[in-house]
Write a protein that binds this ligand. Structure first.
Ligand code: Z57
Length: 816
């Protein structure tokens, strides 16, 4: 800091920055000011997009004021902070969310209305910040909302990808991908910090020499240097002045380096180095629940944790305290193994740059980090090969070998001579080439490891890491069931339902303590409340029907059951089983007489979701859905009773339209495969009922709603392995009408409940849904009771669990 204000100047500054009252006129002034100065527009040169931008820049100013005072206050107190490291933040749109969290939406809407613009239209102009694939990235975004709302001193850290998740369109029934260049028209929701930069290096060699005190000293001489530039995304809490920060790094070339080749006359080499540097943060990898060992991906991981740690350490050093105090100021949460190399980076910094010895450094590192596992699927577990790690991060590879050596030595002391155990527990997987099991590295180095729902955490402890539980003790492992933010997923996405709840409970406080929803239960059988509740559902369905008409060219029946499955397309999520069931339903309808047909409960089946571009089977499922839709929707005799649509480009803002409009939604993963699921919580919160398997968070949702308000079916986890075995070695099944009674006995469980027959159970469940839906009052009651039971699934509860049991941090509300 080169400049210090005199007391008079500080006082004047304070007066100048004092927030002005947000009157209608002030908002209009700010709007017009941004339209004319920031955008260089005039009253005669405006459109909805320019008006969105002008509003956005003025809301941004509000955010920055709050952000500044929050950060200044945190700096003076210097509390223990949590740092949430994630390669994905699936934020979606920001304007509506900011207006609602700041509590200024009505004022803005009125002010802007008088300038001739409609706020609801402006909100639609915003492109999603789609820096994530699915559940894991969206969870990170919900967590940031809760951290801010609950006044925790917290930072998110990640990558500012130039291209987020690709946009999907459907051409001839096939998924087609388009780049998501979301920054074309600038981004009002970020603050570029050209002054906050850190160097990041890759490659080269490590030189070992004798240090002053006799031990070895390691010097890393890298061959590639880039620079990380900070971009800050302010995250406002709801009903608080706390506004926290997601700091996303963007890569750019380092000047020193390209000058070197430039001056040597190697112009092309210099240009290539520049573009290589910029490419690190170009694209989000579009795989969900699937690991692909690409070098550029590893570069992204190291790039972002390297810059992040420098930033965290700089902040810590401002306290002037010794390294031993670091864990009293810092908790770092790893969102999956993606940032795990950060563990090694901290150990490296402490030893090679700060001069601590191994044990001193290790004590600090292991007090700071904790790791969330999000999947038990083997194909999703990261394993970087040793040659690749050595090439990119030679010093880190040495440290990983050392960590493994010390770890295995202590395992050997506990289990002398058990070489098989050492092989199984080793961080290094033997093979050609060797590879590093990143999840094992995380488990060995973190003080706490958590799964994301009870069943999942159980599998994590009993299957994935069972020998580590035995070795380290069960205390290292825990569960934190996921949650979602009710601000975005009810208040923002379903404003009418939110208003009804607030009116009924005579307070908005439920938005800060979702367990208060339970008070709605007393109105579940009240016909007037039921009518209002279902009328809102009907209007949400109408809104979705309009979207479908515009994007799928199908006019769906808004009185039908809206039956939704929207999520990433994946074999384990079983969209295929769902479409088989739809085709079965269609064929049954064909066989019916007009009289029987007229008694059917109409249904609209809605699919949405992206497939990873290289995932052939998932892409074929999309094609099958679209082909089936083309047959089903054009059958004029039965289309009153069954319609099928695939809505393209599922993303956060589309989810905000789809979720409030569902009657039922499907969460039908093979038991034991969906770690938690989070959209299931959002659907129920909005009065939709779940058709689901006994998996992930479905189980806990069912515990809260009671079995009568959720449609669960299928076999339990322990049976699944057994079934896989039978499926692999058994023969195919053909269902002949002569076997009807046999099928019946399979259904009723006479022969146990093997999962290969789950499609039958799925069909049975759908019949049950039809029957229930016909009793409107009963359905409304279930819908209300289920939603009223969702208190547990607020991400506020998840974050309080993390804060208390893992991070050991407390709220720090800003002074009034
Ligand atoms: C991802 O979205 C999830 C797990 C992963 O390992 C990766 Br990679 C991406 C999802 C799980 O599949 C969901 O079940 C879970 O709800 C979500 O992470 C958040 O925990």
């Amino acid at each position: 800091p080169g400049w210090k204000p005199s007391p008079e100047i500080a006082a004047r500054w304070k007066k100048l920055t004092a927030p002005k009252e947000l009157t209608e006129e002030h908002i209009q002034e700010e709007f017009v000011n941004h339209a004319t100065k920031t955008l260089a527009r005039s009253a005669f040169n405006m459109d909805d997009f320019a008006a969105y931008q002008a509003s956005a820049y003025s809301v941004r100013d509000q955010l920055i004021d709050q952000w500044n005072s929050t950060q200044m206050y945190h700096t003076t107190v210097s509390p223990k902070r949590v740092y949430y490291l994630s390669l994905e933040f699936l934020i979606g749109r920001s304007m509506d969310n900011a207006l609602l969290n700041l509590g200024i939406k009505d004022r803005y809407a009125n002010a802007i209305d008088k300038l001739g613009f409609n706020m609801e239209d402006l909100v639609e102009q915003e492109t999603d910040a789609a820096l994530g694939n699915g559940g894991l990235g969206r969870l990170a975004a919900c967590f940031m909302d809760s951290l801010a709302t609950l006044d925790y001193p917290a930072w998110g850290y990640g990558i500012r990808y130039n291209y987020g998740i690709f946009e999907q369109s459907i051409v001839d029934g096939y998924q087609t991908e388009h780049p998501d260049y979301w920054l074309t028209f600038g981004n009002p929701w970020e603050i570029q910090r050209l002054d906050i930069t850190y160097p990041v290096a890759f490659g080269g060699t490590v030189i070992r020499s004798k240090g002053a005190s006799g031990g070895f000293v390691y010097t890393w001489e890298p061959t590639e240097r880039v620079v990380a530039v900070a971009h800050d995304f302010p995250i406002p809490g709801f009903g608080t002045k706390s506004t926290i920060n997601i700091r996303l790094w963007s890569s750019k070339p380092s000047n020193e380096f390209d000058f070197a080749s430039f001056n040597a006359g190697e112009y092309e080499k210099s240009v290539k180095e520049q573009t290589d540097a910029e490419n690190i943060t170009s694209c989000l990898y579009p795989n969900d629940n699937h690991y692909i060992g690409k070098k550029l991906r590893l570069k992204q991981q190291y790039f972002f944790v390297c810059a992040t740690l420098q930033d965290i350490i700089r902040r810590f050093k401002k306290t002037g305290e010794p390294w031993s105090e670091f864990p009293k100021h810092v908790a770092i949460q790893l969102n999956d193994t993606h940032p795990t190399i950060g563990i090694v980076e901290l150990q490296r910094i402490l030893i090679d740059e700060e001069g601590l010895d191994w044990d001193g450094a290790w004590k600090i590192v292991t007090k700071v980090y904790s790791y969330t596992n999000h999947t038990v699927l083997p194909e999703a577990l990261e394993k970087w090969t040793v040659p690749l790690l050595k090439e990119l991060l030679p010093r880190h590879m040495m440290i990983i070998f050392d960590i493994n050596l010390f770890f295995l030595q202590s395992v050997e002391r506990r289990y002398p001579g058990d070489r098989e155990k050492l092989r199984r527990m080793s961080i290094i997987e033997e093979g050609v080439p060797q590879s590093v099991r990143m999840a094992y590295l995380a488990v060995v180095c973190c003080h706490t490891v958590n799964g994301v729902a009870e069943l999942h955490s159980d599998l994590v402890q009993k299957q994935l890491f069972s020998e580590f539980v035995e070795y380290f003790g069960a205390g290292r492992f825990t569960n934190v069931t996921n949650g979602v933010t009710p601000r975005r997923w009810l208040h923002q996405a379903n404003p009418r339902l939110s208003a009804l709840i607030t009116k009924t409970l005579k307070s908005q406080h439920w938005l800060k303590d979702l367990s208060e929803l339970a008070k709605l239960k007393q109105f579940a059988s009240d016909p007037e409340f039921q009518r209002k509740w279902m009328e809102i559902k009907a209007s949400n369905k109408k809104r979705l029907a309009e979207h479908i008409a515009a994007h799928c060219n199908v006019y769906v029946n808004p009185d039908a059951i809206f039956d939704v499955q929207c999520k990433r397309i994946h074999e384990y999520k079983r969209q295929f089983m769902n479409i088989l069931q739809v085709i079965h339903r269609y064929e049954e309808l064909q066989k019916m007489t007009d009289e029987v047909l007229a008694k059917q409960v109409p249904r609209v089946v809605i699919f949405a979701g992206k497939s990873a571009p290289g995932y052939y089977i998932a892409k074929m499922v999309i094609k099958l859905i679209n082909n089936a839709a083309n047959v089903i929707n054009y059958n004029l005799r039965t289309s009153k009773y069954l319609q099928l649509v695939f809505i393209p480009n599922y993303n956060v803002s589309l989810a905000e339209i789809i979720i409030p409009a569902s009657d039922i939604s499907q969460h039908i993963s093979t038991a034991g495969t969906e770690a938690s699921g989070t959209s299931n919580m959002k659907f129920v919160l909005n009065g939709g009922l779940i058709v689901g398997t006994v998996d992930g968070a479905n189980i806990e949702i069912g515990e809260e709603t009671g079995p009568e308000n959720i449609f669960l079916f299928g076999v339990l986890t322990p049976e699944v392995e057994d079934i896989r075995h039978k499926q692999t070695y058994g023969t195919g099944i053909k269902v002949d009408p002569k076997l009807d009674s046999v099928v019946e006995s399979i259904r009723d469980g006479t022969y146990g409940q093997p999962a290969i027959f789950e499609p039958l159970l799925h069909i049975d469940t759908m019949r049950k849904v039809d029957a229930c839906f016909q009793n409107k009052a009963e359905w409304a009651k279930k819908s209300i009771l289920a939603a009223a039971s969702m208190g547990k699934f607020s991400s506020d509860r998840s974050i309080n669990d993390y804060a208390k049991n893992i991070w050991h941090i407390s709220p720090l509300p800003p002074p009034e």
